[in-house]
Ligand binder design. Structure first.
Ligand code: ZN
Length: 228
């Protein structure tokens, strides 16, 4: 596999606005961010690896229903190709998705889905507790999901300031102009568990050094898998 770096404009803006945590995330390797073959980001490559392994183990079976929020195109192609799922997509703003959906008020009945992918969405949502509550509600008992957000290694406390609404403040605090917080690891995991999900954190011990190297992943990468 060959990889292309994270677009330089993130670092440029981090410097310009004085963001202190650029490049210190658990995932998002600057040099090996995008797969030059299929366009998948490092996190999508990790999700695909996990999915392949779990399908092998029999965790998923044909006909299960899946929902992919803010669907990344490369991962979306892979998920729909599996043929295991009644596969749907949802987003508040994207065109071409199956459902226009606000994470804080999802248009689905209780326990509608066996599986969800919600990756790099929560850091955009004003009330992330409400969003996690909704994800829990729509997940079937026995179901699971990939629930990911940018997390800074070693950050003691989640950075969140509702008063920071302009671009410069958001670049400075969170490293991106459309984010509303930057998570610390323990705050993130505690928050998820507080809404009832069981949470697994799968890192290099789970997947192995060789797989991490092959996929161009940072050693600190963690896959967060929730289940109900
Ligand atoms: Zn690829």
């Amino acid at each position: 596999m060959s990889f292309a770096p994270l677009p330089a404009f993130y670092e440029k803006n981090a410097r310009r606005y004085g963001h202190a945590h650029h490049g210190k995330w658990e995932m998002t390797p600057i040099e090996t961010y995008t797969c030059t073959n299929c366009g998948a980001s490092d996190r999508e490559r990790l999700y695909a690896l996990w999915m392949d392994q779990e399908i092998e183990k029999g965790r998923f079976s044909p006909g299960m229903s899946a929902i992919h929020f803010a669907p990344e195109a490369p991962l979306s192609r892979k998920l729909s190709r599996f043929g295991l799922f009644d596969y749907k997509t949802a987003d508040l703003w994207m065109r071409g998705v199956d459902f226009k959906a606000d994470m804080m008020d999802l248009p689905f009945e209780d326990q509608r889905f066996d599986f969800f992918v919600c990756s790099h969405v929560l850091e955009h949502v004003p009330n992330d507790d409400q969003a996690i509550k909704e994800l829990y509600r729509i997940t079937r008992c026995g179901g699971c999901g990939i629930l990911m957000a940018p997390i800074v290694v070693g950050l003691a406390k989640t950075v969140e300031n509702p008063g920071a609404t302009n671009e410069a403040d958001r670049w400075r605090l969170y490293g991106q102009n459309d984010h509303v917080r930057l998570y610390a690891h323990n705050d993130y995991t505690n928050k998820i568990r507080s809404h009832g999900f069981h949470l697994e954190e799968l890192g290099v011990q789970h997947f192995g050094e060789e797989a991490f190297h092959r996929l161009g992943l940072k050693r600190t990468s963690i896959l967060y898998v929730v289940s109900k």
